[in-house]
Design a protein around this ligand. Structure first.
Ligand code: PMV
Length: 312
């Protein structure tokens, strides 16, 4: 049966990097930007892959063994060994900027696995899907915390803490974010490695930073649930300053954060792996235009607005 499936991007509101070392973090799905996987059957047993966004059109057997797409598809067939492999053409597309801290890798994997499940008419749970995506995330990130696969597969805001039960969040008040893409990036595996080194070399100082970030996640969540956006925004900016001290910001990101705050955002921070990627700003609805302009003038190459809605 031909199939098509999608998965959303994501942003981290509080707690990235510290989450790798056991702190809680809060992430939201970004449903307006998505990855899509479409599978059509082909005669024979060959699997063709096309991902026009990255100029890829190739037979699966010709992809290098460690390529995330090959790894994901082989993982699927190894895990479900009773499925009869058949010829297929897999088309992948994503609106999510690559390597920007918006979870493009996790979203592509999630869309791909969902489409494979559908193609073979197999039901699956979100937990099962998330576990598969996590295995592919290890190729991208080395030691991922698991937050990206969780938020992208459950498609709900989450309070995530490694080794703890996933806590879904129902926000009680809507809020608006402007998301600004800085237009450059550093692989997350590098920034995660550098934070680990910092922790090894200066354990006490780094632990204190992680503990402050933990406080940001708890307080940020409380302020958002109280509808106190000014305090939630201040907490975001504090979280950004702590990420600076973890060495994962960049002067261009700092400029965008400062510009957003000067234009009247409640607060702003980098989101994701850092040293590039996105900055998110918490804004009042009537400041969306001003903050967007300011972030663009400060160097952002692309900005968009998203509203995080309440459940009811
Ligand atoms: O995938 P990114 O770049 O959005 O980073 C994910 C967040 C980190 O905390 C930096 C890494 C992780 O695995 O949690």
């Amino acid at each position: 049966m031909d199939s098509i499936a999608t998965a959303p991007g994501k942003a981290i509101l509080f707690g990235e990097h510290a989450v790798v070392h056991g702190s809680p973090a809060i992430a939201i799905p970004l449903s307006s930007v998505r990855a899509t996987a479409q599978i059509t059957s082909l005669p024979g047993t060959e699997i063709k892959i096309a991902a026009k966004d990255i100029n890829l059109e190739i037979l699966l057997s010709k992809l290098e063994a460690k390529h995330p797409l090959r790894f994901a598809i082989e993982l699927f067939f190894n895990k479900f060994s009773n499925i009869m492999k058949s010829g297929m053409s897999i088309n992948l597309h994503s609106d999510i900027p690559i390597a920007s801290g918006m979870g493009s890798g996790a979203a592509i994997s999630a869309a791909l696995f969902k489409a494979l499940f559908q193609f073979f008419n197999r039901s699956f749970t979100k937990a099962e899907l998330s576990k598969l995506v996590y295995e592919v995330e290890k190729l991208h990130h080395g030691t991922p915390s698991g937050i990206d696969n969780t938020v992208v597969c459950y498609e709900k805001p989450v309070l995530f803490r490694k080794g703890h039960e996933i806590q879904m969040i129902d926000f009680l008040h809507p809020f608006d974010l402007v998301i600004a893409n800085s237009g450059f990036s550093t692989p997350t595996i590098e920034t995660v490695r550098d934070v680990r080194r910092l922790y090894e070399n200066e354990p006490q100082k780094t632990r204190i930073l992680f503990d402050h970030i933990t406080r940001c996640s708890h307080e940020g969540m409380k302020f958002l649930q109280d509808g106190d956006l000014q305090k939630a925004g201040n907490t975001m900016t504090t979280n950004h300053n702590l990420l600076q001290q973890l060495t994962v910001s960049h002067e261009k990101l700092d400029l965008i954060v400062n510009a957003a705050n000067q234009a009247g955002a409640y607060g702003a921070k980098l989101s994701g792996g850092g040293r590039g990627g996105i900055v998110i700003a918490l804004v009042d609805q009537n400041k969306i235009g001003l903050v967007t302009d300011a972030m663009q003038k400060a160097g952002a190459v692309q900005c968009f607005h998203t509203q995080i809605e309440t459940e009811s």
